[in-house]
Design a protein. Structure first.
Length: 206
């Protein structure tokens, strides 16, 4: 993946700037929401924190595509999948209990289901990458077919989120307030979708 990312410098640095923007927007949102304000916003801070971590990991992989230790990256992604899965389970339990009456649980669970999928997709994309990958034993990375299917899913999700008429047909699936059609709230989600798709395509090509 690292060599493919380096070969397309313009795309790589555009993706870096996009992830920097997304991280800044999420960090600003985290700074403006007070923990005790209300249950919906308090839980949403967890999703924002997960989004920020994902942006930082992606930035590390883009800025240092060949220097970063693949084993360390896989370890970080594995830890993220485990933690996000546990948080998803917690949200599902909340949905089935107190939050089910308020009708917000589905969106809260859906937000972390997205984070679990993104982290798991990147972990799968990193499978087989390591010091032995150039040892002349053929393709040792993930199968290109499933990786490209995952990339297509993230692109499709980005397309839905980019069109106000489509994303408003999915009430409470995207937990952040949308506001007007040009709201910045959707930008981090779009960046994560397209950035993840780019990394997946790079993994399939590499």
């Amino acid at each position: 993946m690292g060599l493919i990312v380096e070969q397309y410098g313009v795309v790589r640095w555009v993706a870096v700037m996009a992830f920097c923007l997304a991280a800044a927007l999420v960090a600003a949102r985290l700074g403006t929401v007070r923990p005790g304000s209300c249950a919906w916003l308090r839980v949403d801070r967890e999703s924002d924190a997960a989004h920020l971590v994902m942006c930082l990991v992606m930035l590390g992989m883009l800025v240092f595509p060949t220097v970063a230790d693949p084993h360390a990256v896989r370890g970080v992604l594995t830890a993220m999948v485990v933690v996000y899965t546990l948080l998803l389970g917690d949200r599902i339990l909340r949905w089935r209990s107190a939050f089910s009456d308020a009708g917000t649980g589905g969106g809260m669970a859906g937000a972390f289901a997205y984070h679990v999928l993104a982290a798991a997709a990147m972990l799968y994309a990193m499978s087989g990458h390591g010091p032995h990958e150039h040892g002349g034993h053929g393709h040792v990375g993930p199968a290109p077919g499933p990786v490209l299917v995952l990339a297509a899913l993230f692109v499709a999700d980005a397309a839905v989120m980019a069109v106000p008429a489509l994303r408003h047909r999915l009430p409470r699936v995207f937990p952040h307030p949308m506001g007007a059609a040009g709201s910045l709230a959707v930008v981090p989600h779009l960046v994560m979708d397209l950035g993840t798709a780019y990394m997946l395509v790079a993994a399939a090509a590499g």
